[in-house]
Structure formats: C-alpha cells, structure tokens
Design a protein around this ligand. Structure first.
Ligand code: PRX
Length: 655
C-alpha cells in the first residue's frame, strides 16, 4: 500500500483515531469517557481534584479546604500535609514495586545504571542527610547544576524530602547565568558534578560553578560534587565536598518532612519579556497531584512501561515528566545523558532497542534533526516495543508529525502533542491517547479541569476560528504560585495583561492559538517577545542585554527568524559605539560574548550590523519590521509611525 502524502492527509483533514487495542487497555478508553471527565471537572472542579488527591496521593494530614482563590493568588488543599518525595518513593516500598526499576540510566559513553525504588530511596535519604549535615534546613534553597545522571534526580528528591526548595539550572547555561540564578534564589548549597558527557566531549560543570562563585553568589556556603567525568578539577577546601566521600557515612534512612501543601517545592527560572529571567515558583500538593494525573492519563502510564522523556532535568519537562510525575506513579523512568552525535547519530534508537522503551517523549526540533539524519538510523534498529509517542516545546509541523508517526511509531503509536509551559506545571492541552483522535499539528483538547479559551485584546472570548490569545479561565492545581520575590510581576505578566470587562482574572499564556470546528486547539506560537530556539525559550531582551553589555555595542534588537530545524533562530541587529567598525572578528566575538553571558543555546545565528534601528517616533524599536527583514519577507503593514524611513531602506540594502 502506498503511503498517503502529507498534502492528502492535510487536505482531507484526516483524523488519526486511537487504535482499538490501545484504547481497550488505556486508563481513559474513549472520547465519551474524556467528555464525562471534562464535564464533571467543569461542573465542580474542587470535587474533581479532591477526589483525585484522595485516591492518587498519600497525605500525612488531609486538607481543610480544597481551593482558596484570591485572584491571582491560589492555594490548593489548604492545610493539607504531604511530601512529594514520600509519594515518589516511600509509598512504593511497601508494595511489589519495592524492587521495580524506578530509574534506568544510560550514560553517553555506554555505561549504565538501574536504581530500584528501594535503592533510589536509600540514596535520596543519604543525600538528604548530607544536606542536613551541611547546614541545609527546611526552607533553604539549593542550586542544582548537573549533567543527566541519576544524582540529578536524587538531589531533587533529597531537597523535597527535607523541604529545601531546589532551583535546577540547566547545565548548558553559562557561569554568569548560573550566578544570576543562585543570587536571585539566595542558594545556600550547590549540587554539581565535575562534568557531564555531551556529544563526546566533557561539559566542565564544576569549573562553571567555580567561576559563578568567584563572580559572586555570597549565600552559597557549600558545594557538593558528584564524580562523573573524572578530569582534574579544583576543590576548594572547606567549601567543596565529593559526594562519594560524604555518602559513605550517611544513613540510608531519613524521614520525609511533612510539608504544608502550599510550601514551596522549587523555583525554576524561565525567560520572559524583560532582560531578567523569572523565578517560577511551584508548591507541593497541587503540583504533585497535577503532574501525577496528567502523566498517568496523557501518557497512559502502565506498570509495564519503560517510559522515556528525552528532556533535560534543567527544564520543567524534566522536573514534571522525568522525575516527579513518573515516580509518583511508580513508573519506570529512563534517563539518558547523551545526544545524537557524529559518532552515533542513531544513539536514541539504540537506547529504545536496548531497554525496550514503550513510551518516547521528545521535542519537534529533535524530530526534525532526526529526520535530516535519515531514516536508515531508526530503520536499522528494532523499535517494535514503542506503543506511544509524545511531543512538546513548540508547534509541530505536520511533516515532522507524519514522519514521527510513520518512521518511529510504525503507524501504530498514538502521538500526544502536549501543550503546556514552565508556569503551568503540567500538560494543559493534550490528547488522551486512548480517547482523542489526533490531527497532525494540533494539541487537540484541554485536559479535564482546564478551561481554555481564545480571547481578543480586550480579554473577551472570540470565535476561535479567527485566532486570538490563548487563555485559561479557572485555577488548576499545578499552576505557578508567583514569581519568586516578585508578586507584582506575577500579577502584571500573567493576569493583568488581558482583563475582560467582567473583571474576571484570566491566565494569559503568551501564546496565540485558534480553535477549529471540532473544538481542537492549534497553538501558533508566542505573541510576546519570547522566542523558541530548538525548543528552548529565550527572551529577546535577555539576549539584547547580553549584547549591550559588550563595550562595542551601543544598541541591539533581537528577533526570531524561521529555521527549518530549530523552529526559530536568533537574528540580532546591532549598532556599534562610535569608534567601532563592523567586521567578521567582531561578529564572532559578539556571538561568543552571548554564549558567555547566557549559554550556547542563546548564540545568535546571525548578527547584522546597522547604523540605526527602525523606531517609532516615541523611540520604540519596531520589531515587527525587523522580524520581516530577518525572515527575508516583504515589509507588510503600517510603517507610518516610523521615525526615519531611510533606516529601513538601509537595512533592506543590507547595510
Ligand atoms: O509557546 C509555547 C511552547 O513553549 C512555551 C513554553 O515554554 P517552556 O516554559 O520552556 O516549556 C516548554 C515545555 C513545556 C509555550 O508558551 N510550547 C510548548 N509546548 C507546545 C508549545 N507550542 C505548541 N505546541 C506545543 N505542544
């Protein structure tokens, strides 16, 4: 039988229904069942979430009140006492899962480790006891800057166990970016490793920590270092401690601290529309419940699954869907240190084959990169264990969806395209694989309990077909509670940008979307000054601040331009200080400067020197015009507010 073409699939608006056999065994088995859950949750959200909190989680003390909503501030399960580390570990130890694999880890050089629930519990307790010995108390913040090794998850769970909120900083961030986050969170301890393996090279993490601490993070008293890559590193006496040394004397028992449901679990920094990343705060009970239930239903997690999310623990996807969601469910979660690389472009498929992975979750940018590498890599491995695929991070283009479905999924695995954000804690719009028919490119329908809508600039609902702002209208348990140390920024950014006449508070996600006649949501991308480069979220202002901090740069304006693999790439328009001349060396230097200030993920693909930037009469940079220029498109729309039209002509001329 010949393959249907992409055009025919899209033209026919072909639906991909859940395979019957899959649906029969799934937690949620039909669209009718989904609709019932959705309506039940809509009619009485508190009863819906309370029932799940009772049946799915273990509490030390039950809550007095399910929801306390003082817009835009929310509390879930008020006065309930719970510990997420207990829910992820201890409660499985009294069941048959005690000796089930909790984490399967594969290192890039091919070394591997499996930790059962009992083993993981023991190591988490040991690390929690070491934290205590190092003076970390409930409420103190701990920075985690780690490669993808089991100790990253162990450190997170150890923090949660003693009630010390963690702030995980992605290992690809530079020393400068790490320092900013440690300072903002006032971290007392940093957990790191000598290095990690990435594309056959060592990422020197400890060296970056040393630099960050020299640059100034005065609250950091101790550094705990895991030996991974074994190259020579500096160990500061009195401050730096090898994990393998201190682990020896540490007890493998450490009772989980009863936490208030609203105690802070972690801070995770994410980019916004200003130069300063926001510390997104998540708390304990609601987050535990939300990641647990979304993971269970949207990935149809079963006890026999080998579940693999390829994200890094430094992002929300790693927090919610490598560590907390799967372990709370008693699932087997696979962690992989490496990435496809010249020496083994097919390494992901080796891992699928080696462990019989059943659920595979990755980003569209990775899928597109894998497509480019060629089908022979997946085709030469046995991928028949796979039963479900997922994507996250950006809209998936139908070509990549169809390829993923055919080449990786063998036309038998449902694909869950999960739309959500650091701020939402867990999936918001996603298919439930045994229930929802999918359409390539659509995240489909809201999760039960999520009231999603499309509104105009006035915050009023619009006919979704025409598109608008994607908003959420009722609080949900996994939502962020505030921006760390800045309630006002939280209110302004997410809740006051769009205010309907009714005065109702609605959550604005920053994305544009439209809704089709079946009620399916199609997320179109960010409508603010945030760009999405290879699934990594970056604020244009953040990159601009980095550029302007270079002495040669007078002004910078950063925009995204469409990129075949990365989704978007960074283009920076730069004006120089009077005495500086543009040249290739300076271009390289500026790119490197951004890498130093933020990290390799923020390296501009293109720097365009210009004498002036297009501005309105009030001095605002007209990014819309720059976006069109960067994309090589005709400038459409109104340019009458432009202060000096000749700037545009010069830019067009490639000046
Ligand atoms: O623009 C949306 C895009 O990623 C943004 C959130 O980024 P971050 O907080 O880093 O979290 C990424 C992982 C959850 C969103 O505002 N995004 C995420 N998932 C999708 C998506 N866009 C379209 N479809 C998705 N499935």
């Amino acid at each position: 039988m010949s393959q249907p073409t992409i055009e025919s699939i899209l033209q026919e608006k072909r639906l991909f229904p859940p395979p019957t056999e899959f649906a029969q065994k799934a937690h949620i088995k039909s669209i009718e069942e989904y609709k019932q859950l959705y309506e039940k949750a809509k009619a009485d959200p508190e009863a819906f979430w309370a029932e799940l909190a009772e049946t799915e989680l273990d509490w030390f003390q039950k809550w007095d009140k399910v929801l306390d909503w003082q817009p835009p501030f929310v509390k879930w399960f008020v006065n309930g006492k719970i510990n997420i580390s207990y829910n992820c570990l201890d409660r499985h130890l009294t069941t048959w899962r005690r000796n089930k694999a909790a984490l399967i880890w594969e290192g890039e050089p091919g070394d591997s480790r499996t930790l059962t629930y009992a083993q993981l519990h023991r190591e988490v307790c040991q690390m929690a006891n070491v934290f205590k010995q190092l003076g970390v108390k409930k409420g103190d913040r701990v920075g985690i800057y780690m490669p993808m090794i089991p100790e990253a998850a162990i450190a997170m769970l150890a923090c949660a166990r003693i009630g010390a909120p963690h702030t995980v900083v992605f290992g690809g961030f530079s020393a400068e970016a790490l320092k900013d986050r440690l300072v903002d969170a006032e971290a007392k301890l940093v957990v790191t490793a000598d290095g990690g393996w990435r594309k056959d090279a060592i990422v020197p993490l400890k060296e970056q920590v040393d630099k960050a601490l020299v640059a100034g993070a005065p609250t950091v008293e101790n550094v705990l270092v895991v030996k991974r890559t074994a190259q020579q590193i500096h160990m500061e006496p009195g401050r730096d401690h090898w994990w393998h040394d201190v682990q020896k004397g540490a007890s493998g028992e450490c009772p989980a601290e009863p936490m208030d449901s609203e105690d802070m679990l972690f801070i995770l920094y994410t980019s916004g529309t200003t130069g300063k990343p926001k510390g997104v705060v998540h708390t304990t009970g609601g987050y535990n419940l939300y990641t647990h239930v979304t993971n269970k239903w949207a990935f149809d997690l079963q006890d026999t699954d080998v579940y693999w999310c390829t994200a890094d623990v430094g992002w929300i996807t790693g927090h919610s869907y490598i560590v907390y969601g799967p372990l709370s469910n008693g699932a087997t979660s696979l962690m992989y240190e490496g990435a496809p690389r010249a020496s083994n472009p097919g390494c992901l498929w080796d891992v699928v084959e080696k462990y019989g992975v059943t659920i595979f979750y990755t980003a569209p940018t990775a899928i597109r990169a894998l497509m480019k590498m060629g089908e022979h890599h997946p085709n030469s491995r046995n991928l028949s264990s796979l039963r479900l695929l997922g994507t996250v991070g950006e809209p998936i283009n139908p070509e990549a969806w169809i390829w993923y479905n055919r080449v990786i999924g063998g036309d038998r695995c449902p694909i869950v395209d999960t739309w959500w954000q650091t701020e939402t804690g867990g999936f918001m719009i996603t298919p439930l694989p045994g229930a929802t028919s999918t359409k390539p490119g659509s995240a489909t329908l809201p999760f039960p309990g999520i009231i999603a809508d499309i509104v105009n600039q006035e915050g009023e609902s619009v006919d979704g077909n025409n598109g608008g702002y994607l908003v959420i209208k009722h609080p949900w348990p996994g939502m962020m509670r505030t921006v760390y140390g800045d309630d006002d920024r939280f209110r302004r950014t997410y809740w006051e940008y769009l205010r309907p006449k009714s005065g109702e508070y609605i959550y604005f996600a920053g994305d544009g979307a439209h809704k089709d006649d079946d009620g399916y949501f199609w997320v179109m991308g960010r409508v603010d000054d945030v760009i999405n480069v290879a699934g990594h979220r970056l604020g244009t202002m953040e990159v601009e601040s980095a550029l302007v901090s270079h002495p040669a740069v007078a002004e910078a304006a950063v925009v995204g331009k469409p990129d075949e693999v990365k989704g978007e790439d960074i283009v920076a328009f730069v004006t120089l200080e009077g005495d500086r001349e543009p040249n290739e060396d300076l271009e390289k230097e500026l790119k490197q400067h951004v890498v130093q200030e933020i990290g390799a993920i923020a390296r501009p693909g293109d720097i365009r020197f210009t004498e002036d930037l297009p501005k309105t009469r009030s001095g605002k940079i007209m990014r819309r015009l720059l976006r069109s220029l960067a994309a090589g498109q005709e400038i459409a729309g109104d340019t009458s507010t432009l202060q000096d039209r000749s700037v545009l002509d010069k830019l067009r001329g490639g000046a």
